[in-house]
Write a protein that binds this ligand. Structure first.
Ligand SMILES: [Zn+2]
Length: 192
């Protein structure tokens, strides 16, 4: 029997889950990601529902005059927490989308750790949020646009690469990158 390329591309049994197919398509950031290597995603690949929701949240943040970033925490494909930037509304410098989503998910779980959960966020997390993601023991981090100015995953502090970081999630970058970046570009150009 001739081995075909599709054999390396098997679907998980949970392919009906909204995030099932993503795990095969999203490419894990290689270990040398900190050297600026960019993951590539098929441009036409449908976004998972959780990232679509994160983008909706980001749009809501923009409408409220906040920097448009949205985040969703899922467990077994079910949304257990979501958030958008709320710094201005809450007068809270820590109210980044990821922190808001992690707090909601942990509160709902009744557990300060979110082991095995996935976090979807429209922008590369900053160092503060990367630290919170490690503390929360998030299993997989999916993010959209890279953030050379404020990111702390593949830029800047590169939190997960530091020996003091005791938990490193699986990293998948570039998911919904174009959509997430367009929201930010639109937001900042409108304010100029
Ligand atoms: Zn942040």
């Amino acid at each position: 029997m001739m081995p075909g390329p599709s054999q390396d591309n098997r679907r998980e049994s949970g392919a009906d889950s909204p995030i099932g197919p993503v795990r095969q398509a999203a490419r894990s950031l290689p270990t040398q990601y900190c050297e600026g290597k960019k993951p590539d995603m098929p441009p036409s690949f449908p976004l998972p529902a959780a990232m679509v929701r994160a983008l909706e949240l980001a749009r809501g943040a923009a409408e409220a005059g906040e920097v448009p970033v949205g985040a969703v925490v899922t467990r077994d494909g079910i949304v257990i927490g979501e958030g958008e930037n709320r710094n201005r509304r809450d007068n809270d410098p820590t109210a980044h989308a990821e922190i808001v989503a992690i707090r909601a998910a942990a509160s709902r779980s009744g557990d300060f750790r979110l082991s095995g959960c996935d976090l979807y966020v429209t922008l590369e997390p900053c160092a503060m949020c990367a630290g919170a993601i490690a503390h929360a023991r998030i299993g997989r981090l999916y993010y959209g646009a890279p953030d050379p100015k404020g990111g702390g995953v593949e830029h800047g502090a590169r939190v997960f690469s530091q020996p003091q970081c005791h938990h490193r999630p699986e990293l998948y970058g570039g998911l919904g990158e174009a959509e997430g970046a367009a929201l930010l570009t639109g937001f900042f150009s409108a304010r100029r």
